[in-house]
Design a protein around this ligand. Sequence first.
Ligand SMILES: Nc1ncnc2c1ncn2[C@@H]1O[C@H](COP(=O)(O)OP(=O)(O)O)[C@@H](O)[C@H]1O
Ligand SMILES: [Mg+2]
Length: 347
Amino acid sequence: MVGVSHAYGSTPVLNNISLTVPAGELVCLLGPSGCGKTTLLRVAAGLERLQAGSVTINETIVADRKSQLPPEDRRIGFMFQDYALFPHLSVLDNVTFGLFREAKAAARERAMEILGQVGMARYADQHPHMLSGGQQQRVALARALAPKPRLVLLDEPFSGLDTEMRARIREETLSVLKQTNVATLMVTHDPEEAMFMADRIKVMGENGRILQAGRPADIYYRPASEYVARLFGPINMFDGVVDKGELKSSFGALTATGVADGHAVRVLIRPEGLILSNGDGHEGGTPVDILSAHLLGDSSMVRFQVREGANRGAEFQVRIPGAFDLTEKGQIWAHVDPRHVFHYPQE
Ligand SMILES: Nc1ncnc2c1ncn2[C@@H]1O[C@H](COP(=O)(O)OP(=O)(O)O)[C@@H](O)[C@H]1O
Ligand SMILES: [Mg+2]
């Protein structure tokens, strides 16, 4: 997809989007609700008329200024939000539906093969309402993959499932997609889902532009902007001025490479980028007062106030594994893990 822009009437939605999805890879577009993710998939699929740019699938141009192939000629498989199976058709008939070009026996054979792959062969004769949400999801995946598409489009495919089911279905879906070696373009607003599923993530902003592209670790450890750094939830923040390539903080001098001396920067520190300790070995740390501690399950969120130095009086939150049990043990110190500290020049 090269240079795709799209507007509804006079309202621009997509702004010059270019992306490539290699075979066997899953590319995930991550962006807030309303930023144009579904529109992008609809343009790729041919459900929305292309307005600018071009779409190429498997080295064939399927849409450009001159001509546009209809959806059914693009060799695309879909799995959309409401993976709507046909309620009046059996599982098997749902899956053979997309195989209308094949002879009946061949279509049936292919459908059973792909149903086997997603672990649903024994439900072939049942109707969708008899299946759990997770099972319906697997049938929807089988239906999408049955015609051996070159490209699979997934639109927030797991948003209808509860947490436990979601984790399992994600994993199964990923494994089936990898086995089939198909190119997959998925969209979601859920950063964790994107991190879990994607080989590559494209972060999309509200303006319908791609703000950053990279592997999941790049997006998490090297966010290119404050916006991207904030995608993963609440984050600690303070502002400062760079002096000799460094920035003073209560946690010691933070390196501020690439920013001129005297320039204002915003510092962001993830909650998992702060470490609490007591007793020895607190060099480079700063004494803090604990304000609150909440156990969230496998981790706790702890709020503290800094006692000394450049951030004196400022509040921070830290996520620690397990329960917080340092309160009875004297002075507590906070350190930073530099991998979770980001700085961005301010205008
Ligand atoms: N058919 C349409 N006609 C007019 N506006 C639309 C249409 N579809 C979507 N929009 C608008 O375009 C924007 C992007 O929508 P969409 O692509 O569904 O975003 P997302 O999937 O990221 O939530 C939204 O503001 C939405 O209201
Ligand atoms: Mg959408």
